[in-house]
Each structure stands twice: as structure tokens, then as C-alpha cells.
Design a protein around this ligand. Structure first.
Ligand code: PGA
Length: 253
């Protein structure tokens, strides 16, 4: 059964004490996640130890990093490697968020290296893809997203791909309050699965979790997550509000 995942992406937000308060509030609610359901918190790197401590004892709750360097170690001042994150107990790393692609010039080729770095250490990349508004308006989103997947993931073996989570995040829906409709989300998620199936076979494609991201909130999570090929969400703004993210976790199917 595919994993259903509510992933918080805090981005560069909150002070350490605000982070602690948010986690305390979130964890006041009792959750009884099913075996295939997970809540993942991609927090700023310095808050990882605090988050691990707060989440301990909560089954199927995990901390994630928001990015990593492609190399294991070396003279790369200011960078953090997947190996370092793994040594802290972090098993998931967001790779290729559109903000990294846009503001830090991360190319498909670089992201392929980062995906390798994460998989090599036995961790899970949450690989982001998604088209800008102009591409959507031109109706070219499928080709655009297929190209992103091919360029950064298709060098992987089927066995490696099984350890990848994909997050489809249309750039025009991120932080804008504009969400893809559940039909739009389902359509492109099904397309992504078709692209994976063409390369790796249907049985493999059926096991890959594909999250939707872009203005997911409590009010739209149930409908989005109920779509056949939507396996949860990657959530920015609403993950900073305890009541919102609690409801989003509870919306997992
Ligand atoms: P948003 O961000 O939920 O604030 O739109 C999603 C993301 O960037 O992952």
C-alpha cells in the first residue's frame, strides 16, 4: 500500500522558541496514524534536534531537512550533507523545491546528484517538480514535468526509485492562495504515474507516493487527498499554524 504523507515545509520561518511552541501545540492532539500514514516536518536545519526530541514517541512522525549538498563532506563552507543529516537521525530530505531551483539556480543535473547523495546514505528524497504559470497557460505542463522527472530521476534503478517520494507543486499555486483544483491535481498526478510506469513498469509506479503542494490548507486537504493518485501534501504556509496542520494530517486517506 502506498504511503500517505502530510509533509510540513516550514521554509525559513520561526525562531527556535516559536518552533517549540508550534510542535507542542500540534502534538497536543492525539493522532493514531495508520501504518501507511506519515507526518513529516521539514524544518530549518538548526531546529532538527529540537524537532526530533519533540516528535519522539509519536509513531510515524518524522523530521526532514529542506535541502542538502550533493557531496558527502569537504571544503564547502556553510553547506550540510545528506550524510550529516542522516547522522542526526534525519531520514527524509526535500530536494529540488522550486524556491531552490529559482533562487539558488539548482539545475536538473545538480538535483540528480543530490538525489543520489540522499539515496546513497539510505535516506528518502522528497523530490519536487512542477511548472510555472506560463507553462500551465500554454498547456505544456505535462511535458515540462516529465522532463524534470526524466532529467533528475530516470538514471535511478527501480529499486532506488522505490525510496523516492515525489511532490508535484505547480509554482503558480505556491504561497499564492491559488490551489490547483482537485481535478487538475488528479490529472497531473495520474500523468506522473504514467511517466513512471512507462520507464519502470506499472507495479513500481503504483508504489510511489506522489504528494501535492501549493496552498494546501485544512479547507481543501480532504478533497485533494481523496483523489486516487494524490498521496498527501507538501504544505508551506498552513504548516505554520497548528490547527491547520493538525487537520491536514487528519485528512490523510
Ligand atoms: P504553500 O507552499 O503551501 O505555502 O503554498 C508549499 C511549498 O512551497 O511546499
Amino acid at each position: 500500500m502506498r504511503k500517505q504523507i502530510a509533509a510540513a515545509n516550514w521554509k525559513m520561518n520561526l525562531t527556535l522558541s516559536e518552533a517549540g511552541t508550534l510542535l507542542d501545540e500540534l502534538l497536543k492532539t492525539p493522532y493514531s496514524l495508520k501504518e501507511n500514514q506519515e507526518a513529516i516536518f521539514a524544518v530549518p536545519a538548526p531546529y532538527i534536534p529540537l524537532t526530533i526530541e519533540k516528535l519522539s514517541g509519536n509513531n510515524n512522525f518524522f523530521v526532514a531537512a529542506q535541502n542538502c549538498h550533493q557531496k558527502t563532506s569537504g571544503a564547502y563552507t556553510g553547506e550540510v550533507s545528506a550524510t550529516m543529516f542522516a547522522s542526526m537521525g534525519v531520514k527524509h530530505i526535500v530536494i529540488g523545491h522550486s524556491e531552490r531551483r529559482e533562487y539558488f539556480m539548482e539545475s536538473d543535473a545538480l538535483l540528480a546528484e543530490k538525489v543520489d547523495a540522499v539515496l546513497t546514505i539510505g535516506s528518502t528524497p522528497i523530490f519536487c517538480c512542477g511548472e510555472p504559470l506560463a507553462i500551465r497557460e500554454a498547456g505544456a505542463q505535462n511535458d515540462f514535468v516529465a522532463e524534470q522527472l526524466k532529467s533528475s530521476l530516470f538514471h535511478l534503478s527501480a529499486e532506488q526509485l522505490l525510496n523516492v517520494v515525489i511532490a508535484y507543486e505547480p509554482i503558480w499555486a505556491i504561497g499564492t492562495g491559488k490551489t490547483a483544483s482537485s481535478e487538475q491535481a488528479q490529472e497531473i498526478h495520474a500523468f506522473i504515474r504514467t511517466v513512471l510506469a512507462a520507464k519502470y513498469g506499472q507495479a513500481i509506479a503504483d508504489q510511489i507516493s506522489i504528494l501535492y503542494g501549493g496552498s494546501v490548507k485544512a479547507a481543501n486537504a480532504v478533497e485533494l487527498f481523496s483523489q486516487k493518485d494524490v498521496d498527501g501534501g507538501l504544505v508551506g504556509g498552513a504548516s505554520l499554524i497548528a490547527t491547520e496542520f493538525t487537520a491536514i494530517i487528519k485528512a490523510l486517506k
